[in-house]
Design a protein around this ligand. Structure first.
Ligand SMILES: C[S@@+](CC[C@H](N)C(=O)[O-])C[C@H]1O[C@@H](n2cnc3c(N)ncnc32)[C@H](O)[C@@H]1O
Length: 277
């Protein structure tokens, strides 16, 4: 499994929490759907890790679900952590939320966990499937690893971006990429987790988001997939605007606005793995 090319080309991208939040409702829906499939956790006061926690609202949602839990949100981005820390502190059920900087590529739980959860983050961590043995080993018996990753890397939003980066005008600055995907297929996740002694519940869903406003797919991509490109072009504002204009025109053709908004189909992959022993 290879990282998406823009990620590999530019290293760690600079995140923009405000831009990311601009589609917060759409982005949180998969976390609700994931949590709906998580079975009861082993401990009454569960220990929970939220990997790639982002700006903190998803972690706060975990605290609503498990008010007695001790929850730590981990992220690599200081900008995201700075926002997330507004959600730190004691919770209504006697639990607590805190945040720490960590790279998922190396993160190991330092104590037994009841739940390790990750929403829309593992695709930024190349080879994340190789981290599963460490994470499953740190779960208490009947503890859970639950995650959701985008499965839409073959959709126009991504392929147009990859092809534009590789075009003669941009490839010297952004590199010539190929269309490789940073996530595994659902069956590959199910097999990897079953091989680690887990019961598995793996599925995929395509959400058809109805976006509004001008160039809404571009605005969506500015919060996520475009981060590595924008980071690589920073601080060259002229280049940034030129790139965005080219990409915007491609997106307008691929996702034309309709009478009820712009339809943006988005495939996502979910996995809930329960450690058996
Ligand atoms: C798309 S956001 C998802 C945020 C949040 N989980 C949510 O559901 O909205 C991806 C997050 O993963 C973080 N991230 C990316 N690579 C990471 C890594 N190697 N280690 C830790 N966090 C990482 C980013 O900083 C970002 O906050």
């Amino acid at each position: 499994m290879e990282p998406a090319d823009p990620i590999r080309r530019t290293g760690v991208p600079a995140w923009d929490p405000a831009q990311y939040r601009s589609h917060a409702g759409h982005r949180l829906r998969p976390l609700h759907d994931l949590l709906a499939r998580v079975p009861p956790l082993p401990s009454p006061r569960p220990r929970i890790a939220d990997l790639g926690c982002g700006p903190g609202e998803p972690t706060a949602l975990l605290a609503e679900h498990w008010p007695a839990a001790r929850i730590t949100g981990y992220d690599l981005s200081e900008a995201m952590l700075a926002e997330a820390r507004a959600h730190a502190g004691p919770t209504s059920g006697g639990g607590a939320v805190d945040f720490a900087r960590a790279d998922l590529a190396a993160w190991r739980p330092g104590e037994p966990h009841d739940l390790i959860v990750s929403n829309a983050a593992l695709h930024w961590c190349p080879g994340h499937i190789t981290r599963f043995p460490d994470w499953i080993a740190a779960l208490r018996p009947t503890g859970v690893l639950a995650f959701q990753v985008p499965g839409n890397f073959a959709a126009p939003g991504h392929t147009l971006l990859t092809d534009l980066c590789a075009s003669p005008r941009w490839r010297d600055r952004l590199g010539a990429g190929t269309r490789r995907t940073p996530v595994a297929e659902p069956a590959e996740y199910a097999e990897a987790l079953a091989a680690l002694g887990c019961g598995t519940d793996v599925w995929e869903t395509t959400y058809v988001h109805v976006l509004t406003g001008r160039d809404p797919v571009l605005e969506w991509m500015k919060g996520t997939a475009l981060r590595p490109v924008l980071t690589a072009l920073d601080p060259d504002t002229a280049a940034r605007e030129a790139f965005l204009a080219e990409y915007r025109d491609l997106l307008r053709e691929a996702y034309p606005p309709g009478p009820h908004g712009t339809l943006f189909p988005f495939r996502r992959i979910f996995a809930v793995a329960v450690r058996r022993t």
